[in-house]
Design a binder for this molecule. Structure first.
Ligand SMILES: [Zn+2]
Length: 63
């Protein structure tokens, strides 16, 4: 099982959401959906494209 939590991306984040899945891409996609719903303001402040965000999420997914 692969996972990625909001705390993995930002250790100061209070959000306890954790995306899980069988592949890195699946987990990164779930995190992207959650981030767009829950952290839209943060994503905007980061100013990254969806493709760059996916790459960043994928790089942080862990077992
Ligand atoms: Zn979150």
């Amino acid at each position: 099982m692969m996972k990625l939590s909001c705390k993995d991306i930002d250790s100061e984040e209070d959000c306890h959401f954790e995306a899980t899945g069988n592949t890195t891409k699946e987990v990164a996609s779930k995190m992207m959906k959650h981030a767009k719903e829950a952290h839209a303001d943060k994503l905007e402040a980061m100013g990254m494209s969806d493709a760059d965000l996916m790459k960043m999420f994928e790089s942080k997914v862990h077992a």
